[in-house]
Design a protein around this ligand. Structure first.
Ligand SMILES: N[C@@H](CCC(=O)N[C@@H](CS)C(=O)NCC(=O)O)C(=O)O
Length: 219
């Protein structure tokens, strides 16, 4: 049964799932959600009226939310790289770090992007200041958490690293990680060197002009 992923290469949450697919060389069909493709947008809306992506279709089942898609892949299409540990306490650590990156890195990062897309009179400077403060706190906490760690939840590359890679990639573009947070910057570099994420970053390169704050000339 073919897996079909509704996604866009430049989207951070889509990259999160692409990393998981690439880690295990899982075959799938990429259903591109190009902004001008009304048919693809209608298909997405029929599957998930909230219209957030990625969305995975696996036979008769629609799987929504990047973390749940990765859990689904682990359960139904496992490969050599186990992204959620079997041991239940270790799995909790992975899921906690996955929530950390989504809620406290990706969410404030998206605030910068969405705010910059608004008309000047609709901007939310207070919300952006809150997002900046949240990112700064998240970087500081993560810098301590990553001391002595290679990957987010300890020894093995996991779901948490799938979340971390695009989250830190784009967050650093919107609100650069201070050099004082050397562990976070080194972790971001390790993620960029991981072949699954390097591939996702390369595939997204042509879309960099879409970054509304202006993509920096690096990475
Ligand atoms: N909680 C969702 C977030 C997905 C999300 O925010 N996706 C963005 C793309 S990175 C999106 O759908 N943007 C389109 C929109 O907000 O209309 C997940 O984990 O999959």
């Amino acid at each position: 049964m073919t897996l079909k992923l509704y996604a866009h290469p430049f989207s951070s949450y889509c990259q999160k799932v692409l990393i998981a697919l690439y880690e295990n060389d899982t075959p799938f069909e990429f259903r591109m959600l190009a902004p001008e493709d009304k048919q693809a947008a209608a298909e997405l809306e029929a599957l998930w009226p909230i219209r957030k992506f990625p969305v995975l279709v696996d036979g008769g089942r629609t799987v929504i939310e990047a973390s749940i898609i990765i859990e689904h892949l682990q359960l139904h299409h496992p490969g050599p790289v186990r992204l959620v540990p079997e041991e239940r306490d270790a799995a909790l650590d992975v899921r906690f770090m996955d929530r950390f990156f989504d809620n406290y890195v990706s969410t404030p990062q998206q605030k910068f992007v969405f705010d910059s897309l608004r008309a000047a009179e609709d901007r939310d400077p207070h919300g952006v200041a809150e997002a900046r403060a949240m990112l700064e706190t998240a970087y500081r906490w993560l810098d301590d958490a990553m001391a002595g760690r290679k990957w987010a939840a300890g020894g093995d590359f996991s779901l948490a690293d799938c979340a971390a890679a695009p989250a830190l990639f784009y967050a650093d573009w919107s609100h650069p990680i201070d050099p004082a947070f050397a562990n976070v910057r080194a972790y971001r570099r390790r993620l960029l060197a991981r072949s699954s994420f390097a591939r996702a970053v390369d595939e997204a390169r042509p879309y960099r002009p879409l970054f509304p704050l202006g993509a920096p000339d690096r990475d």
